[in-house]
Design a protein around this ligand. Structure first.
Ligand code: CA
Length: 360
């Protein structure tokens, strides 16, 4: 079997869908991180496609290496790895379709048939505490039993309004009570001392995990926060390869690793990262913002891993994107059923890709 074509489609949602075509008629589906969609899709078309044409897509590891090492000076993180992720996921989809098995089976079988998800709610810096609390209430009504609130501060707005963050957490905790888990993500927006002080208050109120408390590049600072607090500190959406995760684990001392499968090199590399995490006894809770192909790829990996039993990130059902598929992912009672069809277990609905294609 040989790869005959690789095509990218940027959707009106800025999602980047990758299709890998073969000489045997099988077509694989993949997805890249949607940030900087035009640049990432151009990287697939101009840099990766010429290097994978003619390769056997079932040799996922070799395809990964060809994409990684030849353009080494162009990236090794960011756009390069995000572009690779879409092609890698599509090759796994082809491998599964070729042998008639879901990807989780190819990865060694599954520990779970359904995966418990947490609702990830962002935009906190622009909301009043009561507005965020209403969103948390809505998430519980949708069936979630775990929620994360995100502030979106970023390192450039360091310590902008910790008092409001605390008021927001308190208001949301009143909604969840002890029935649902509540996590907090200032999106790298605290100094080390503020992160520790806030963290102690969140611990008193009851926090499940504390995500990216300080700047993503400050590994010594993350380690100080993780050392000072009991709550699990998590990070990983800014890291890409197993080598970066080695440093995140050993230098930043995070308690939970959060690679993103549409950023960090697809299923091939994210599995390596997950196994590295297991080596250090770190739970695997991938960052995920893409609720269809990206989430499906994650579900197969999560299902196959012993260290993936915490609630997993989900931005919620997106009917506009679900319309892409004949049989979209099924979410109910706070859980998504792991697909059982060959490959990813997702089939495009006829004409849907064209209908959702971005006009730009
Ligand atoms: Ca985050």
């Amino acid at each position: 079997m040989k790869i005959t074509d690789v095509r990218t489609t940027v959707l009106i949602t800025r999602s980047i869908i990758v299709q890998v075509f073969t000489d045997e008629g099988l077509v694989g589906l993949g997805e890249c991180s949607p940030m900087h969609a035009t640049i990432v899709s151009t990287f697939v078309d101009e840099v990766l496609k010429p290097r994978v044409l003619g390769l056997d897509p079932r040799c996922v590891d070799e395809v990964w290496s060809r994409m990684f090492y030849a353009p080494y000076k162009l990236g090794v993180q960011g756009v390069h790895l995000e572009a690779m992720s879409g092609v890698d996921i599509a090759c796994w989809d082809i491998l599964g379709k070729a042998v008639g098995m879901p990807i989780w089976q190819l990865l060694g079988g599954r520990y779970r048939e359904r995966v418990t998800m947490y609702k990830s709610i962002g935009g906190g810096m622009g909301l009043a505490p009561a507005e965020m609390a209403a969103k948390v209430e809505q998430a519980l009504a949708e069936g979630f039993r775990a929620v994360k609130i995100r502030m979106d501060w970023g390192p450039a707005r360091q310590d902008a309004d910790p008092a409001k963050d605390l008021a927001m957490f308190r208001a949301c905790k009143k909604v969840t009570g002890d029935d649902a888990l509540l996590s907090f993500d200032p999106n790298n927006g605290y100094s080390v001392s503020t992160a520790i002080r806030q963290g102690r208050r969140f611990e008193d109120l009851g926090i499940y995990h504390y995500e990216e408390p300080v700047a993503q590049y400050d590994y010594a600072g993350i380690a100080q926060v993780a050392d000072a607090l009991d709550v699990p500190v998590s990070a990983g959406e800014h890291e890409y390869t197993r080598w970066q995760f080695r440093d995140l684990i050993t230098q930043a001392k995070v308690d939970i690793i959060q690679p993103d499968i549409v950023k960090s090199g697809g299923i091939t590399e994210t599995r390596r990262i997950a196994v590295l995490g297991d080596t250090y006894n770190k739970p695997f809770v991938p960052h995920q913002t893409q609720p269809t192909i990206g989430t499906a790829a994650n579900l197969h990996l999560i299902a196959s891993l012993v260290n993936a039993n915490r609630p997993q990130e989900y931005t919620g059902v997106n009917p506009r994107l679900d319309a892409l598929f004949r049989d979209p992912l099924r979410f109910a009672d706070g859980q998504i059923t792991v697909p059982t069809g060959p490959g990813l277990g997702l089939e495009l609905a006829p004409g849907a890709l064209e209908r959702l294609r971005s006009p730009e």
